[in-house]
Design a protein around this ligand. Structure first.
Ligand SMILES: Cc1ncc(COP(=O)(O)O)c(C=O)c1O
Length: 398
């Protein structure tokens, strides 16, 4: 593969000396569970994310689960979440015993359609989970207004969006909780699994901290149910090193996206989605009527700064997305479909009631049309050129 979708070594190996020194430090102090690096990382990330409380946890999935448990969600409650997302968003809601109710997507930002969320609110709705997909913020004014109107709790799934902003505010810092992932393919990627939960509410932070250690407070006295949601000291030590370089990584991803958009945008049949499709005071569903469009480039909505976790194209026309994927793979270019199925299409959710599953037409179309191409910070100019040339070649053959 001459252009892999992601090359973790390209980022980690230049830090080998620093990472090895961090490992040796932890090895020698021996405090592998909640050692000093955990609190240090939490303080640095709280600062970076502009929140008062940051709690290191075992994964992004556990950050979400812990947030839902700390909010007391359970059987009988309904939670709105986008249907076009990674499974963890919906899976963790279901694991609390609450019912996920799947919401359609904005065709431009790929994020939760707030108007559809409004239609799906019932007397049982307790929370809404906007996901900042592919590094771009959801319409947070829309989400927060809806939450205020109906008294809903807001948990931001910011697993793919650490450092991204919405009208100058950091994603994850706006709702009751924000959940982040340090899975190796994330923009701030660890050397294994870990995650972070943030909040501005001191009481919620305290509850989450207690639940992180099986709900024991003091140790061995359990007034609430928790689990082992701890981040490893080693991961915290590695992440502290990567955090120092994080702004450079983001700038490189943003430069890559800009180059793709500029160069791909010049190809015949390639267009950027119209920004007016997605507005912050309510998403308008507007389908693309333009017959000439073959590929739609990702678009960043007004007021958002994306960290470009993915650069995701929409390929219009029956079977065309899969044809582009095959073409790229034949040319040695990594490409992945995030996500081929929406949550309402997952067989594990087939027993949910019709009202949880209906009205996700835009998301179904996205699942048929999206494809993500390499965007990682260390891509060389030649590699980006190869991606652009392969897309041009694909379009030329049609
Ligand atoms: C949107 C979203 N939510 C949640 C998660 C879960 O994170 P983790 O893999 O760290 O458990 C991920 C990443 O995998 C994700 O992309």
């Amino acid at each position: 593969m001459s252009v892999p979708l992601l090359d973790v070594n390209a980022q980690n190996l230049p830090l080998e000396g620093e990472l090895t020194a961090a490992f040796q430090k932890v090895l020698h102090h021996g405090r592998f569970i909640l050692g000093p690096e955990v609190e240090e990382l939490e303080a640095e990330l709280a600062d970076f994310l502009e929140v008062p409380y940051a709690i290191g946890v075992s994964s992004g999935t556990d950050a979400l689960l812990l947030a839902f448990m700390a909010l007391g969600l359970g059987p009988g409650d309904e939670v709105l979440c986008p249907t076009f997302t990674f499974f963890a968003t919906a899976g963790t809601i279901a694991r609390t015993g609450a019912t996920p109710v799947f919401v359609d997507s904005c065709p431009v930002s790929f994020n939760i359609d707030v108007e559809d969320a409004r239609r799906k609110i019932t007397g049982k709705t307790k929370a809404i989970v906007p996901v900042h997909l592919f590094g771009q913020s959801a319409d947070m004014d829309g989400v927060v207004d809806l939450a205020k109107e109906f008294g809903l709790q807001v948990v931001e799934d910011a697993a793919q969006a650490i450092g991204a902003t919405y009208q100058g505010k950091k994603c994850g810092s706006i709702g009751d909780f924000g959940a982040f992932s340090f899975f190796p393919s994330k923009n701030l990627g660890g050397l294994g699994d870990s995650g972070l939960l943030v909040t501005s509410d001191g009481e919620l932070a305290e509850t989450a901290r207690i639940m992180r250690v099986h709900g024991g407070q003091p140790k061995y006295y359990h007034h609430v149910l928790g689990a082992n949601f701890r981040i490893d000291t080693l991961q915290a030590a590695f992440l502290k090193i990567k955090l120092k370089h994080y702004n450079t990584y983001t700038a490189a991803r943003q430069a890559n996206a800009e180059q793709y958009t500029e160069k791909l945008g010049r190809l015949p049949g390639v267009k950027s989605a119209d920004l007016t499709h997605c507005v912050s005071d309510g998403i308008q569903q507007q389908w693309l009527a333009d017959e000439d469009v073959q590929i739609l480039l990702p678009t960043i909505c007004k007021g958002n700064e994306s960290i470009w976790n993915q650069y995701t194209l929409r390929v219009i026309g029956d079977g065309q997305r899969d044809a582009l994927r095959d073409h790229l793979l034949e040319h040695g270019i990594g490409a992945e479909i995030y996500y081929p199925l929406t949550m309402d299409q997952q067989s594990c959710f087939r027993n949910l009631t019709e009202s949880s599953l209906q009205g996700c037409d835009v998301a179904h179309r996205l699942a048929d049309e999206v494809i993500s191409v390499p965007i990682y910070p260390e891509l060389s100019a030649e590699q980006k050129g190869e991606v652009i040339a392969a897309v041009a070649d694909f379009l030329g053959k049609k």
